[in-house]
Design a protein around this ligand. Structure first.
Ligand code: FRU
Length: 564
């Protein structure tokens, strides 16, 4: 019963649910030798809805086993009755009714959705549920009726409207993450009446972390276009401390899924705090994307390195498809992030079945000093990903001399496929600068369909160009500018059935891109070439590795020419 993970477009080494919709990773944590990944999941359908926490486990960050739903949507529909004033209200209004997600306030079967959040390990039984308990924090969402002042004589009258409410709840697990008990004595642990901006409908995504220096738990969450920071010493009572607002222009996208990550600066003993967050609209490749800021945390406030830090945040990824990324808890010395490989901008057009949505490869983040410019994050796939390799094939060194205007292509006859890693070092002389160079991936036999992963030395842009991939979802190509005027670039691409993750210069920049090559014959587009245009390029240290399927599928079934 169920899928064997062999459908067209099913990625073979990226996690997706066997069936149904998923989005954000939630509550990533290592516990008792096992990595747990929870995620936004619809147990009943292949579109967004019925939000619950799905669950998968792994012992190596690469092979994931799907588990039963860990936190189902909640049937707690106890009557709510409170007054509050939002930023749009002249005076407090009365919220009264039975919570529902169906926009029908009187629906007795209305359920609260379980939105994104995090899991921590309570080693010392601070919360009182027992030693080594896993505690989940998540956003509980529902809609409720808003009534005018004088409704009292007629409980069904004077309905001003319906509003979305988002509040923060906690639940704990005594069976190692299989199931969670909602802590309903004290839920919500942060009621919507405490949202500092009064944005009742966008108050979400708590990510709890321990602050060693100040011996307290810290919870950043978003409200609209700001991050609010709450702290706690007992994991149950949370105190609002401070907020950080947007000071840069990225359209009107709300902030989502913030995180405060303490990290050692590479090669030093100094701790800095990284504030990462997801911006729903306005990212470089269009739509959703992730930003980060470097600074310090004093126990109450995030203090950015400089004012510039808040005005010009850095982007984590320049492709369309790295979103809602968060890091694993309880992996001392390692900062491992994975994201949802999608974008709210076009997500409805993705037509995969019986599943929808998948995760990126887990990445290891390192914080490095970047001269005068402060600090930057470097990102590489976790080393465990190498376990997927079927062995490394050396691809011959070569020179491409493309003097005419046309691209010159140099086919890689020793290697092809639909699930592999390929990497090469490209170099050129300044007076023979090609206008483009790189890989053609997922090429059709006749060479008419392909995806270009390349570098344009004249404009210093690394790019993924999908205009000739044959896909019928029209989307923007993604690109990122490199610093300076380099005379070489290293490109590493992780190619799977319907996705490409490109790491530039060993993690200096990353582009993650979903792509559905040649919809009619997705497995036939498997040739690979180097190319250059109008100039001379030297290619060295080129390697390729075919990757195993994490679902145990024979790669020859999935299409690549495979050499054991
Ligand atoms: C981000 C997000 C979160 C929210 C969840 C709902 O992708 O919109 O802000 O908690 O997805 O599924």
């Amino acid at each position: 019963e169920g899928s064997s993970y062999q459908e067209a477009y099913r990625d073979q080494y990226h996690y997706s649910a066997q069936q149904n919709w998923l989005n954000d990773p939630n509550g990533l944590i290592k516990y008792d030798g096992v990595y747990h990944m929870f995620y936004q999941y619809n147990p009943n359908g292949n579109e967004w809805g019925n939000m619950s926490w799905g669950h998968a486990t792994s012992t190596d960050l690469v092979h994931w086993k799907e588990q039963d739903v860990a936190i189902p949507e909640s049937d707690d529909n106890a009557w709510v009755d409170f007054w509050m004033k939002t930023k749009d209200d002249a005076k407090p209004v009365h919220y009264i009714g039975r919570p529902t997600t169906n926009w029908d306030v009187w629906n007795p079967n209305g359920k609260r959705y379980i939105f994104s959040g995090s899991v921590i390990l309570d080693k010392d039984n601070v919360a009182g549920f027992g030693k080594n308990t896993l505690i989940a924090y998540y956003t509980s969402t529902y809609q409720v009726a808003v009534r005018g002042d004088d409704y009292s004589n007629d409980p069904w009258g004077n309905l001003l409207g319906i509003r979305e409410v988002q509040e923060q709840n906690m639940a704990y697990s005594t069976d190692g993450g299989k199931t969670f008990i909602k802590y309903n004595h004290q839920n919500p642990v942060i009621p919507v009446t405490q949202v500092p901006t009064g944005d009742t409908g966008n108050f979400r995504d708590p990510k709890v972390v321990y602050d060693e220096a100040n011996k307290e738990w810290v919870m950043p969450l978003v409200s609209g276009q700001e991050v609010d920071i709450f702290t706690s010493t007992n994991l149950k009572d949370w105190t609002y401390q401070s907020a950080i607002q947007r000071e840069h222009d990225v359209g009107n996208g709300v902030w989502e899924c913030p995180e405060l990550i303490p990290m050692k600066v590479k090669g030093t003993n100094q701790t800095k705090w990284v504030l990462s967050l997801s911006v729903q609209q306005g990212a470089p490749a269009g739509g959703s994307g992730m930003q980060y800021f470097i600074g310090d945390f004093d126990g109450k406030k995030f203090i950015p390195e400089t004012n510039e830090t808040i005005k010009n945040p850095q982007w984590l990824d320049y492709g369309e498809d790295f979103y809602a990324g968060v890091t694993f808890g309880e992996t001392p010395g390692r900062t491992i992030m994975l994201g949802w490989m999608s974008n709210w901008n076009y997500v409805g057009e993705q037509k995969t079945s019986p599943w929808h949505g998948e995760m990126t490869l887990p990445r290891e983040l390192t914080l490095v000093q970047n001269g005068e410019k402060g600090y930057v994050l470097k990102q590489t796939p976790v080393k465990e990903v190498n376990k997927l390799s079927q062995g490394t094939v050396r691809l011959g060194d070569r020179k491409i001399n493309a003097v005419a205007k046309l691209d010159k292509t140099s086919p890689i006859t020793e290697f092809s496929g639909t699930q592999y890693k390929v990497s090469a070092h490209f170099s050129w002389k300044n007076n023979q600068k090609p206008n483009r160079l790189g890989f053609k991936l997922r090429e059709s036999e006749d060479g008419s369909k392909f995806i270009e992963v390349g570098y344009d030395p004249r404009n210093q842009l690394v790019y993924i160009d999908r205009t000739t991939d044959g896909e019928n979802i029209p989307r923007k190509n993604s690109q990122v500018k490199l610093n300076g005027d380099p005379t070489s670039v290293k490109l590493t691409a992780y190619v799977d059935a319907s996705s490409i993750e490109v790491f530039v210069n060993d993690g200096e920049k990353v582009l993650t891109q979903v792509a559905y090559p040649n919809p009619e014959h997705p497995l036939d587009t498997k040739k690979l070439s180097f190319f250059a245009g109008s100039g001379k390029v030297k290619i060295t240290n080129a390697i390729g590795s075919h990757f195993k399927s994490i679902w145990g599928n024979n790669p020859t079934i999935m299409g690549p020419s495979y050499k054991a």
